[in-house]
Design a protein around this ligand. Structure first.
Ligand SMILES: *Cc1c(COP(=O)(O)O)cnc(C)c1O
Length: 431
């Protein structure tokens, strides 16, 4: 497909056979890669971007919506050989692990939602995290990560990175002095989650970005729990923002995928790791993710509304001793939430007076809410940290990090809030 690239470097490309373009440090880095399109009007809202950014009608037939390019390879011509030789293969279609129009379309939509120059999609959130973290590190350096990490990320930081010769310090990112104290001369990366599980603690992204910048380090933010509509991490100074697309981005609990977004320069550094570790997203999965993303803004509004209503109901319930949601004034990071969050997420945590036994008794009594791990889908999911995400902790350790006995985590879906409240009400009445 000659001429498909918007940021076509051919105008600058020297003759085939010369590798000068690769080493030309002053060369323009254009956003993308992107398929050609009629330019969208400037300053569109999130709902409009969710629907239109990146999506392309089929130029051959006029079919509305991005076709699924279910192919592993592309016809090679002079231009593809030149792209390989000159080091701009990311801007041409050669082989689907390197890039595919179905990937580019959904990447462009994610980049638009994040306000990023460039994005990449992956076969899972963990594939995105592994490739992105490794891309930002030199051999043997030090990095700082949150004490409160998603379990898969913790395993990667705690087992994989040390085995590769990296050292990791764990801090509470809500204590900037602790973050500064953990810095070493060879600290290259800070890695935090925009909102943690299950306590829904927030990180002040701008404050962490300032610490990283002053230390000559980079900042990666995993914004899975808030979605790009909750916070645009790059605008607050993060160098890369990551998502498990399996959660809010896709939103239908029917896909495992991941994404990273940032400047073209940094995403270009992640791309070789995607090639090396091989976690590319299949074109059909790209179609599902793109379809899910079209309703992201609509879904996030419903998640926010439902979660806020349920948090308020729970806070007044006599069997409930503790409720966490960023919409509530008693959330410990409420001031930061007001400043930093554009929208609240659908995750709510609460604790029953009866402890873990009461929480265990609650789950089978729920009729609408599904007892399952994961979050961000249209259906409400309920799980208990003590026997899922934090099962490896002792009761004392859970108490120490602030997870009370009887803690229940809800990922509020897009059902009618009144129906969800009625479900909780009938279940709580019988325990
Ligand atoms: C689920 C999750 C991941 C991992 O994503 P997968 O798509 O399951 O690989 C990473 N970070 C957070 C915060 C998550 O919730």
């Amino acid at each position: 497909m000659p001429g498909l690239c918007k940021g076509d470097p051919r105008s600058k490309a020297p003759a085939v056979g010369s590798a000068a373009w690769v080493n030309e440090l002053g060369r323009a880095r254009r956003p993308g890669p992107a398929l050609p399109a009629a330019a969208l009007p400037a300053a569109l809202g999130s709902s409009t971007l969710s629907v239109h950014a990146g999506s392309r009608d089929d130029p051959a037939t006029g079919a509305v919506g991005t076709p699924i390019y279910q192919n592993s390879t592309f016809v090679l011509g002079a231009e593809q050989y030149r792209a390989i030789d000159q080091g701009y293969a990311r801007d041409r279609f050669i082989y689907t692990r390197y890039g595919n129009p179905s990937q580019w379309a959904v990447q462009e939509k994610i980049a638009a939602l994040e306000g990023a120059e460039s994005a990449l999609v992956f076969a899972s959130g963990m594939a995105a995290i592994a490739a992105s973290v490794l891309a930002m590190l030199d051999r043997g350096v030090h990095l700082i990560a949150s004490k409160e990490l998603y379990g898969g990320s913790y395993a990667f930081f705690h087992h994989e990175l040390p085995s590769l010769g990296f050292s990791v310090s764990y801090v509470d990112p809500r204590d900037p002095n602790a973050v500064r104290a953990a810095l070493r001369p060879n600290t290259m990366l800070l890695f935090f989650e925009a909102m943690t599980n299950p306590l829904l603690n927030l990180v002040d992204i701008a404050a962490m970005a300032a610490i990283a910048r002053a230390a000559g380090a980079k900042l990666i933010v995993d914004a899975t729990f808030v979605s790009p509509l909750g916070v645009r991490a790059l605008e607050h100074g993060a160098d890369l923002v990551l998502h498990s697309g399996s959660k809010y981005l896709n939103g239908h609990s029917d896909l495992i995928c991941g994404a990273v977004a940032g400047s073209r320069k940094y995403v270009d550094r992640v791309w070789p790791r995607l090639l090396a570790y091989g976690g590319c997203l299949d074109p059909h999965a790209c179609f599902l993710l793109e379809r899910g993303l079209k309703t992201l803004a609509l879904r996030m509004r419903a998640h926010e509304q439902g979660a806020s209503a349920i948090a308020e109901y729970l806070a007044r319930h006599r069997q409930v001793g503790w409720v966490r949601h960023t919409s509530r004034a008693d959330h410990p990071d409420h001031a930061l939430a007001t400043r930093q969050l554009r929208q609240h997420s659908g995750v709510v945590a609460f604790a029953l007076h009866g402890g873990d036994a009461a929480a265990l008794a609650l789950l089978p009594r729920l009729r609408l809410m599904r007892e399952a791990t994961s979050l961000g889908g249209v259906e409400t999911l309920v799980s208990l940290p003590f026997n899922t995400s934090h099962a490896a902790f002792t009761a004392e350790q859970r108490a120490q990090i602030g997870i009370p006995p009887g803690c229940v985590r809800l990922s509020v879906g897009i059902e009618d809030p009144a129906d969800l409240i009625a479900d909780l009400d009938q279940a709580l009445a019988t325990i």
